[in-house]
Design a protein around this ligand. Sequence first.
Ligand code: COA
Ligand code: MG
Length: 297
Amino acid sequence: MRSLLFVPADAPGKLDKALGYGADAIIVDLEDSVAPQRKEAARRGAADFLGAAKRGGTRLLVRVNGLGTGLTDADLDAVVPVRPDAIMLPKAEGGASIVHADAKLTAREALHDIAEGTVGIVAIATETAKALFLAGTYGGASARLLALTWGAEDLSAELGAEANRDSEGNFLDPYRLARTLCIAGAAAAEVQALDTVYVDFRNDTGLRRECEAARRDGFTGKLAIHPGQIATINEAFTPTPEAIAKAEAILAAFTAAPGAGVVGIDGVMYDRPHIARVERLLARARAVGLGPATSKP
Ligand code: COA
Ligand code: MG
């Protein structure tokens, strides 16, 4: 998933159009974009949308309210029957939260005759202070876990901070740490790392810069809040023809020299850890319909 577009679940006008913007995933939000008195209407909106949506390539996620809110069970009761591809779990605190959510999902899948494990989990892994210390504990928690992402808004409130970005718009240290822990936690758990939202939604230059930095550091997708952000995000996280060609060259060099620990290509050394890296890149390319160049006639 390169781009994941948030849509408030109590906004039918936005939901109606959500599938038309080219996002790889839609996140129907029951949490922060929905006022407390609107939660029930939002649950109905989410269920209606998922029930009616044509299932094409776009993944359909629902962000439920966090496990500490007392709202999660009613959220899941409303949406699991209409089979979201995944739930997004905010304020996750390590692998234990995933085990907890997994159990809730398993019970509801059983009740509704849905194959166990159908509904995945994407966790927001850095929204509480405690969560930062647990970012390395997601591995092995549940096969449902698809990705980790991070957030700076709730964390800044929790830390009692006055701001999360400096005057130039760069994240301050505590949030850079959260971002890094998300990348490392996702890699440790062998799941996708997704960069957080860029809230200045009319600033395409700033969004592009943040996407480039995210890709450079190991994120393979980014959350969006506005349809105008999708094209930029998709472009930034689609492997380029050059990157695909290079990945294939590295694989070919290792294939041609079985048993070699290192190979040299164009004056640069690559060792075996690069194999896994380029295989992941090629898998991402295939996922968006970009076949390997070598398979072309
Ligand atoms: N999903 C689907 N459609 C959206 C959308 C979204 N997230 N955000 C905007 N649109 C639509 C609008 O409905 C409008 O459609 P129209 O031209 O057919 O009327 C069009 O895109 C342009 O919208 P625009 O006027 O530029 O923005 P806005 O002022 O209507 O909305 C936000 C701005 C921030 C309120 C809106 O983008 C939004 O709700 N984002 C998601 C917020 C969210 O879920 N936050 C939780 C995660 S942090
Ligand atoms: Mg939040």
